[in-house]
Design a protein around this ligand. Structure first.
Ligand code: 3DU
Length: 213
């Protein structure tokens, strides 16, 4: 994933045609595409390799299983062309390390989640999850654009690890606030793929990011 636009497209659409249409439209203004369960279940896992021909793919299956199964899941994602994966940290350091090893370091660990319910169980342990990401050798963490002050606090724990940050747009977060707080990339779904003009929406976000650096 080349750090140019600092925008990751969350491609939670329901068909292959929509997926390819949105990626083609937004491709000049994004650095990677995050593919998760909605699209994989709707179209089949070949969509990972199809999108990987156009852009780097981050597989977001929020992996949360025992180490041996985590390894199997990550192996499949990487074999299909994913450049990185997203896993949960609450399952413990052995499970996270299994993902990190199978992804050759290219794993992001979810910390505090961006939705209101993220405050319930993930927020109280987010600092520990961030520390775990660091000690396990992960590439970075997922941290909430809806609470930029938490991005800044988590940054202090992880040092130079990367922060990818969902919650911009439909969930109420602002791209500029997120980047100023210390995120490396914003993750944006509905504000791009539900826009009348996904290309213009992605460009506007990439421009906002550039102006806030
Ligand atoms: O709200 P959006 O439509 O921009 O989508 C946000 C994406 O980020 C979506 O794919 C979701 O699975 C992911 N995500 C969160 O929203 C919140 C998290 O804490 C972690 C991932």
């Amino acid at each position: 994933m080349q750090r140019k636009n600092r925008v990751i497209l969350a491609l939670d659409v329901k068909s292959r045609a929509d997926a390819l249409r949105v990626v083609e439209a937004a491709r000049d203004h994004i650095d990677a595409v995050k593919v998760g369960w909605p699209l994989i279940l709707a179209t089949g896992p070949d969509i990972i390799s199809d999108i990987a021909k156009l852009k780097d793919v981050i597989c977001d299956m929020k992996i949360a299983d025992i180490p041996s199964v985590n390894t199997l899941i990550v192996d499949q994602a990487i074999r299909r062309g994913a450049s990185a994966v997203i896993c949960h940290g609450f399952v413990g350091d052995d499970s996270v390390k299994a993902c990190v090893e199978a992804a050759k370091g290219q794993a992001f660990v979810v910390t505090e989640m961006s939705h209101p319910g993220g405050k319930q169980f993930t927020a109280p342990v987010a600092d520990k999850l961030a520390a775990l990401a660091r000690s396990a050798g992960a590439r970075g963490i997922v941290a909430p654009a809806t609470r930029p002050e938490r991005i800044a606090e988590l940054r202090r724990i992880i040092g130079k690890l990367e922060i990818i940050s969902p919650g911009v747009g439909a969930q109420g977060g602002k791209a500029s606030d997120t980047i100023k707080a210390g995120a490396d990339y914003i993750i944006v779904g509905r504000a791009i793929y539900e826009a009348q003009d996904p290309k213009a929406a992605a460009k506007a976000l990439a421009d906002e990011v550039k102006q806030s650096i």
